[in-house]
Design a protein around this ligand. Structure first.
Ligand SMILES: [Fe+2]
Ligand SMILES: [Fe+2]
Length: 264
């Protein structure tokens, strides 16, 4: 089976480029499972219910997020659905290792129309990020409950070392460990020894004439003066970044991972 994971969709430039390229990538690669990180869909900061709907309309089975998940308050209620629901509000995730009783869920298990079971886990790193629970032990806990063989993990983290460590920790237990959050794609996609596909960062789907998505001038002013200022999403040189994973639906073992970058 084929899984496509699309990196952080950033602002309107990201949404446009994904809308333009996703349909043909899904069709030509016969994608069965589509997962999109949408944490920056709303102008770079968070995601609204209507933008989540837009990503679901494009065919996403699951939307993952990260540290920006709560930037738009409207999403709290959208994600406040019962655990056993399979509706869209249940299929947008926040990191699993957030405080208990925060809205939403950090993993989803479901079935494709073919009957193929799958699970998606969203996790956040702790190095150079705001505090959250241990992603390693949290992954152990979730995997003890998940029965699907095909499991995709979005590790939303700053440090490459933490992402690589989690990938080796989960090697052979999940289908793929894919990094998000830095917005810079890394060229290290590979299959680890026990069959887990890994890429340190899939890269953002957004404007690359920018500083990780934000207007260059605004970020430069901040670095040069230290003064507060409003960050706005950039527009130019949009790319869609994604990872395409081929795996055995029966065992969940990955057999191939390909890096994708398409754009203007
Ligand atoms: Fe992001
Ligand atoms: Fe992030």
């Amino acid at each position: 089976m084929n899984i496509l994971f699309v990196g952080d969709v950033f602002g309107s430039a990201g949404r446009h480029i994904v809308r333009e390229h996703l349909p043909h990538v899904v069709e030509t690669n016969e994608v069965d499972l589509l997962v999109i990180n949408g944490e920056n869909a709303a102008g770079g900061f968070g995601i609204t219910p209507s933008l989540a709907e837009e990503l679901f309309d494009l065919g996403a089975h699951v939307i993952t997020t990260g540290n920006h998940v709560w930037d738009k308050k409207e999403i709290f209620e959208y994600m406040g659905v019962p655990a056993d629901s399979h509706g869209r509000g249940r299929r947008i995730l926040r990191p699993a290792n957030y405080a208990v009783n925060t809205p939403g869920f950090g993993f989803y298990q479901g079935e494709l129309p073919t009957g193929q079971a799958y699970a998606v886990i969203n996790m956040q790193g702790r190095v150079f990020m705001s505090s959250c629970d241990d992603p390693f032990r949290k992954a152990d806990e979730l995997l003890s409950k998940i029965t699907a063989k095909v499991v995709l993990v979005d590790i939303h983290a700053e440090a490459s070392s933490e992402k690589a460590a989690l990938a080796w920790y989960l090697d052979g237990r999940v289908t793929a460990v894919l990094g998000t959050h830095t917005h810079v794609p890394t060229a290290d996609q590979r299959i680890l020894h026990n069959g887990t596909a890994y890429q340190t960062d899939v890269g953002m789907s957004g404007p690359y004439d920018s500083v990780i998505g934000v207007e260059t001038e605004l970020v430069l002013a901040k670095f040069l003066t230290g003064m507060p200022g409003k960050f706005e999403a950039a527009k130019g040189n949009a790319k869609m970044c994604a990872a395409l994973i081929e795996c055995d639906g029966g065992t969940g073992r990955a057999t191939r991972i390909q890096r994708i970058m398409l754009g203007e």
